[in-house]
Design a binder for this molecule. Structure first.
Ligand SMILES: Cc1cc2nc3c(=O)[nH]c(=O)nc-3n(C[C@H](O)[C@H](O)[C@H](O)COP(=O)(O)OP(=O)(O)OC[C@H]3O[C@@H](n4cnc5c(N)ncnc54)[C@H](O)[C@@H]3O)c2cc1C
Ligand code: FES
Length: 292
């Protein structure tokens, strides 16, 4: 059982949690993730580490509400417990002295980017960050990224800030203007990372992406998270989650991520009335009224 010690709604569909998990906090490294189960009947699902405090024994995670499991997690409050958390999992980010780094992130990719940038800075790299959000209302942690990066740029999809609507446009202009970049790290939506790789490929700049295929065990046993990188099959949970984005078979990744869309929607739809029924029992309301 891991107790939630802090909860924040960052933007309406994105939640931040700080949880007690001392063993994991002691070993965590940038780029790693955990797999959790909200309750004893919950599915296992992965979330990246957005921070940790070894002394206090706490972890930070942030997540986008997508379906049943993330909705269940979002319903927990400070003082509630998550059934179990396993980690840290995955290979840590290769933190070396590269020179000039461009870090690119969107949505839940903003979380893991913070410890990664801190570690890259400690190695003497210069880090310029570009963050993408749909609009101002979906923007969060701009201040955190600013506090750890040398420079920070924000790209809003509705065009309400500056001239770029996609982070790809920003990257192309940034590189065409002669800015030297030795390595790019991109975390967030798959389409954003794909776009990012398309922008850096003509400049031949190594671009590391954090892949998020469906995972079950997280230890290389089930094969669920397999991806194709440079024509080789890799298991994201033990060989990744970070890979060279120019070598990733994105089409296959997207296809595999969408494999259970119908079942995921069914699970969500079935869970909702079930949950309402339980709430009705607790509050002694007639079930008929609550599930309509
Ligand atoms: C290494 C890794 C790190 C991740 N880090 C974060 C993070 O920090 N914050 C965040 O919001 N999300 C993160 N994700 C994605 C997150 O795991 C899914 O959004 C979540 O599992 C959705 O579950 P659901 O039941 O709420 O939604 P569902 O409706 O079940 O699924 C919605 C979509 O999420 C994906 N998904 C579903 N189940 C899984 C699963 N077991 N494993 C992976 N993807 C799944 C599928 O593409 C699916 O179509 C990460 C994924 C991976 C692989
Ligand atoms: S999640 Fe099972 S092999 Fe990676």
């Amino acid at each position: 059982m891991c107790k939630i010690v802090k909860k924040e709604i960052l933007v309406p569909n994105t939640i931040y949690l700080k949880v007690e998990a001392a063993e994991i906090a002691r070993k965590a490294k940038p780029g790693q993730f955990v797999i959790l189960r909200v309750d004893e009947v919950g599915e296992r699902f992965p979330l990246s580490l957005a921070g940790w405090d070894e002394d206090r024994g706490t972890l930070e995670i942030l997540f986008l509400i997508m379906g049943k499991s993330t909705m269940k997690l979002s319903a927990l409050d400070e003082g509630d417990c998550i059934r179990d958390i396993v980690g840290p999992l995955g290979r840590p980010t290769e933190i070396e002295s590269y020179g000039n780094i461009l870090s690119v992130c969107s949505t839940f990719g903003i979380g893991p980017m913070v410890p990664m940038i801190k570690a890259l800075k400690e190695k003497g790299n210069k880090v310029v960050t570009a963050m993408e959000a749909r609009d101002k209302a979906s923007l969060f942690w701009e201040d955190r990224l600013k506090s750890v990066s040398d420079e920070t740029y924000v790209v809003l999809g509705d065009g309400s800030l500056g001239k770029h609507r996609r982070v790809r446009e920003f990257i192309t202009e940034y590189l065409e203007s002669g800015n030297k970049v030795d390595r790019v790290f991109a975390f967030g939506r798959i389409f954003m990372m794909m776009d990012c790789c398309r922008a850096t490929k003509p400049f031949d700049i190594k671009t590391i992406v954090g892949l998020t295929p469906i995972m079950v065990d997280g230890t290389g046993m089930c094969g669920c998270c397999r991806v194709s990188v440079g024509g080789e099959t890799k298991f994201t949970c033990v060989d990744g989650p970070e890979f060279d984005g120019h070598l990733v078979d994105w089409e296959l990744l997207i296809k595999r991520k969408r494999a259970y869309l119908r079942e995921e929607a069914q699970a969500f739809n079935l869970w909702q009335p079930d949950n309402l029924r339980r709430i009705a029992e607790l509050s002694e309301l007639p079930e008929r009224i609550s599930v309509m």
